[in-house]
Design a protein around this ligand. Sequence first.
Ligand SMILES: C[S@@+](CC[C@H](N)C(=O)[O-])C[C@H]1O[C@@H](n2cnc3c(N)ncnc32)[C@H](O)[C@@H]1O
Length: 258
Amino acid sequence: MSLDNKLVVVKTSKSKYLAVIDVEKEFITNEGKFSFSVITNIPSKVQSSTGVEFKIYHPTYKEFVLLMKRGPQIIYPKDIGQIILEADIHKYSNVLEIGTGSGALTLYLLNIIGTGGSLISLDVSKKNQRRAKKTIDRYMSTNDFKNNYNLDFITSSLVDFNYKEYAEVIDTVVTDVPEPWEFFVNNTITKDLKWVSYLPSISQITKFNEVLIDNKFENIEVKEVILRDWVVDKKIVRPSNKLVSHTGFIISGRYIKY
Ligand SMILES: C[S@@+](CC[C@H](N)C(=O)[O-])C[C@H]1O[C@@H](n2cnc3c(N)ncnc32)[C@H](O)[C@@H]1O
């Protein structure tokens, strides 16, 4: 089987890189270089020109999104986990994502939903959606999930989005845009809907909380995920020196049609 075009992590004791195998080319770093053509298997180990050992293997989702080239700021994996839980997303969910961005959340939603449900992803920027689509295709093709998902893009500003056209299908909305309240300028919810918004600033949360209440959402919760890595290395067992102190807040609620 040809390994050309496969997505891999290239790891040394010091660094981790994301690479796409091109058998005609070399992989060059300041820890030495090697020709992609010497990779005969994934996973495997190769030696660089300076004798450094490089480990080659397929990336996990987390490695992929943290190492990939991106446009807009992505939602970090720690927050994605909580968003999925708060939005109650499962393999039969039909989700509207507002703010495709770099596609990091889109990709994880697709991993969960697969072909059981569907995902519609809205963004005002065609450019961002094109980049996100490439990212998704790259990840999916390497993981043999190709075409095993239902994804449609809508290119529109949120304020112009006509929810009515999709209301029958959508059961969950997840947003990563600065002003999710724009949704409610021209739309009213009339059927059961779960809603989760990711917002960096508490002033946005305060405002959106009011909007959710005005629109008859209930079970509203606001939370923040603070994740602390630990170093566990024989004699050293302690929290890591590095801590991402703030990424964003998560606000969730439910519209229930009694
Ligand atoms: C921070 S990015 C989303 C990142 C994405 N969640 C990820 O994990 O890769 C926000 C995106 O929302 C889009 N956006 C911002 N305001 C919008 C609006 N009012 N209507 C539609 N899209 C909007 C931007 O174009 C941008 O691509």
